[in-house]
Every structure is written in C-alpha cells, then in structure tokens.
Design a protein around this ligand. Structure first.
Ligand code: ATP
Ligand code: MG
Length: 467
C-alpha cells in the first residue's frame, strides 16, 4: 500500500469528525496532531477524541477495527487508511507503573488530564480553529517546555515509559524540560526498567531517528540518568580519552554526540543505532602504547570487533528485530575498514561497495570523519569507485559456475569451493576480460594440478592488476 500523506489523513479525520457530530456526539482532533499543527509542523497522523462509545463508532462507520476496544480506542478505516478514534476516558492505574489497567469513559476535560504532557493534552475544533486547553498546553507550547500534566512524580509513577517520552519529546521538539518535571525524572530514572524492552527500544529509536539534533537528545538521556540505566555501554563513553591528533573534538562521548547531531533526519534506524554504538568497543579495549618515537598513545585494538559484540548484546536485550541486529553489528564491525580503502584490491572494493549495508556504512564513515579529523578522501574515493561501476552490477553473476568445475572433473567439496572463489575474485579484479579467458586460465591451472597434485590447490589467475 502507498504511504498516506498527512493531508489525506487530515481529510479522513475531518470526515470522521463531522460524521460523529452529525450523530450528536462531541468530537475533536486530539494529542500530537494538535500540538504539531500549532507548532506549524506537519502531523504524522491525526487522532480523534469523541464522546461516542466504541459500539457507537462501530455502528456509524462501515469499516472499523476494535484494536483497543477495552481502552475505548477504535480504528476507522477509510480507503485502506486508518484513523484512531478514542472515546473520552480517564485512566485508573493500579500503580505498578506500567499501563492503566482499567478505563472509565469520561468527558473531554478528564480525557485531557489523563494525558502525559501539557503540550500533548490539547483538543482542536478543526473547522473553527478553536483550541480546548484544560491543562495549560498552549502556554507551554509557547514557552517551549515539556511539563507533566499534574504532579510529575505521580504521573511518572503511573507509567514509567513517560520518563523516556519526556526526553524524546524534549529532543524531537527541541523543548526544555520544566524544572519539577526534570527533577522527578532524574529521581525516578532507574524505574525505567519496569518498562518492556520493545517499548523502550521504540522510544529510543524515535528519538534517534527524528530529533533534529539527536546528539542533544543523547546528552539529555545522559543528564536525566536514563542513559546509565538503559545503555551503560554508551554512558561509559563519557570521559574515555582518545588521541587528540585524530580526535580534536574530545572524548568518545563528544565524538558520538557530534555524529548524532550530524544525522540527516529522519534517518534510518540502522544508521542511527550504528552511529550511537559504533565506538562502544573503545572503553573496554583502551590501552596505552609506547610509540617508536618514545611517546605514549592510547590505542583501541580491535575496538570494532569488541563493539560489534557489545552492540549485539544491547540490541538483543532491546528486542531489536534480527535483521536490524545483523545490519547494525555488521556496520560497526566493518567501520574501521574504511581507513584501508586506498590499499584495497578491486575485488575487495567491489565486495565493500556491493554489501547491502554500503549506503549506511558510507554515511557512518562520512559522519565519523566530519566529527573528528574532517578528511573525506576515502569517502570521495569510494563515491567515485561506485560511480565507475554505475553501468555494471557491482557484484556480477560469476562467469564460472560449480557446474563448469564439476564438468572438468573436480569432485564436489571444499576444494571446488576454493577454485570457484578464486575464479570469481579474478573476474571481479578484471584480470580476465571474458568468460572464455577465465575458462582458458582454469583449464591450464587444472592441467598443472593433475601433473603435480602437491601444487597449491587453487593458484592465482594471471595477474595484470592495475589498481
Ligand atoms: P507522535 O507525533 O510522536 O506520535 P503523539 O503525541 O501523537 O506524538 P503518541 O504516542 O502517538 O504521541 O500518543 C498520542 C497521544 O496519546 C499523546 O499526544 C498523549 O496525549 C497520549 N499518550 C500517549 N502515550 C501516553 C502515555 N504513556 N501516558 C499518557 N498519555 C499518553
Ligand atoms: Mg501519534
């Protein structure tokens, strides 16, 4: 299905709102879409709040899905697009700090008061532009502050996910945390562990991929105390010194902040998490070494591999989808190879450029350079190399197949695999101009092997390398 535009979603929500009113119910735009509209931002979706009960909603619209009926939330489906229609309600939490366990329907004011932050507690009458503000949300929009509706300790205590949401909204809207909200947040930060890993991961991902300056979001996670609880491996980057000649910007935390601030938003989940975690292998591998000139220098041997292993643990803990874990850890493990680009053979370069993660790795590398020494030589070299290959597949079909090798009497097995790889590398290197040339080399090499079975099993093809 095609992505619905914000305008389409607005039109859907408008039509739903008018139908509800014609049936005699109250109905408003509510929550995030009102906040975004008042800020002059494009809402990503439109939610409707109404006095109609879920069964009324089901009766009024031809297609509805009762996803959160117990909580009074219905999805109304229009031309394949959905709009959330929620009955005004007040929540009664049991106090385990997770989710409201029961719901009672109510009027608009109580519905506003159960919401998390004042800027999220507004209703809009879209036809007249009238705003219903029971919680002082409009003023806080103007002051650019995130403030809980009601006493912060109590509101965080009802649902500890709000701790992380406060930071996420502050970062994405570039608002400040109101003083009492911030104090309660710092005090209660360790309680974030009551929240499920998936929900934590989703909020962190929203922050990292959409905040205009995600690095400032990371700072806020740090100063609120959430980072030490959620990602101690990232918190450990603060204070980790690195050689100033390569990293004039400062310690590893500062470097990571700069890179996150450099993300073009919205960024991909893969890139944002790869940036956040790319250097977490540094603190555990840091070692002081004596240089030939007698000076001391900090080195981080194999920090890429250590970092990839740590990242895998973190991402599993956060219940990240398996394909994302694979991609992110691959980018981290590979990130130092970009330094070796000028010495790479063409076949190696082709493998690098042909990897599905290549675009993400390139951007990771670009940000890494720009947030430290500033040299983009290898980045530009790779751009050019990729361009040269524009009209051919980077990793073309192998000219020589297992079938060719079997037909020449090689038994199936690891040796056949080695011959196959050598032939493919020769093709990628451009050492043979055609399948025929490659086959000629292969026949010759196989004859030599027959004559002398002790000869290397898969000799190098003719070498007229240019690179
Ligand atoms: P976004 O643009 O990121 O979707 P949003 O404000 O729409 O922001 P949602 O998570 O979609 O955020 O929630 C919609 C609304 O529901 C919020 O604006 C807020 O009023 C309310 N809400 C959501 N989560 C909570 C919560 N954990 N506690 C209280 N109210 C919440
Ligand atoms: Mg929303």
């Amino acid at each position: 299905m095609e992505m619905a535009t914000s305008e389409q979603l607005r039109q859907d929500a408008l039509a739903i709102l008018q139908a509800l009113r014609q049936a005699g119910f109250l109905a408003y735009f509510a929550g995030g879409c009102v906040r975004d509209q008042l800020l002059g931002r494009v809402p990503k979706d439109y939610d409707v709040a109404t006095s109609a009960r879920p069964e009324d909603v089901a009766r009024l619209f031809p297609r509805t899905v009762a996803t959160g009926k117990a909580f009074g939330v219905m999805q109304v489906v229009t031309a394949g697009r959905t709009c959330e229609v929620a009955t005004f309600r007040r929540d009664s939490a049991q106090g385990d700090g997770r989710r409201p366990d029961a719901v009672a329907f109510s009027g608009p004011e109580e519905d506003a008061r159960r919401r998390d932050f004042t800027v999220n507690g507004l209703f809009l009458e879209p036809l007249t532009g009238e705003v219903l503000d029971f919680v002082g949300g409009r003023q806080d929009l103007e002051l650019k502050i995130i403030r809980t509706i009601g006493a912060p300790r109590q509101r965080f205590g009802e649902d500890y996910l709000r701790l992380l949401r406060a930071v996420r909204f502050a970062a994405t809207l570039e608002f400040e945390l109101e003083a009492a909200t911030r104090t309660a947040l710092q005090e209660l930060a360790p309680r974030i562990n009551n929240i499920s890993a998936e929900r934590i991961q989703q909020e962190l991902t929203r922050l990292l991929t959409t905040a205009p300056h995600a690095g400032q979001g990371l700072r806020l996670l740090q100063t609120s105390g959430l980072l030490a609880v959620l990602l101690p491996e990232v918190a450990a980057l603060a204070g980790q010194a690195q050689p100033p000649q390569f990293h004039p910007e400062g310690d590893v935390f500062e470097h990571t902040v700069l890179m996150l601030d450099g993300l073009t938003q919205p960024s991909s989940l893969t890139l944002a998490w790869a940036v956040l975690l790319h250097d977490i292998g540094k603190p555990p591998t840091a070692a002081l070494t004596r240089e030939p000139d007698g000076s001391d220098r900090i080195r981080f041997h194999y920090h890429d591999e250590a970092g990839a292993r740590l990242a895998e643990g973190i991402l599993r803990r956060l219940k990240m989808p398996a394909d994302e874990i694979t991609a992110i850890t691959y980018c981290i493990k590979n990130h130092m190879r970009f330094k070796e680009v000028p010495q790479m053979r063409r076949a190696t370069l082709r493998h690098l450029v042909g990897a599905p993660t290549f675009p993400v790795e390139m951007e990771l590398h670009r940000l890494d350079c720009l947030s430290s020494h500033g040299h983009l030589g290898n980045y530009e070299f790779l751009l050019k190399f990729r361009e040269e290959l524009q009209n051919e597949p980077v990793l073309p079909k192998p000219w020589i197949t297992g079938h060719d090798l079997l037909a020449r009497g090689l038994p199936a097995g690891p040796e056949l695999g080695r011959w196959h790889r050598r032939a493919y590398e020769a093709q990628l290197e451009g050492r043979c101009a055609s399948r025929e040339q490659l086959l000629a080399w292969l026949d010759q090499a196989l004859r030599e092997r027959l004559r002398d079975p002790a000869a290397p099993t898969a000799p190098s093809p003719p070498d007229h390398e240019t690179h």
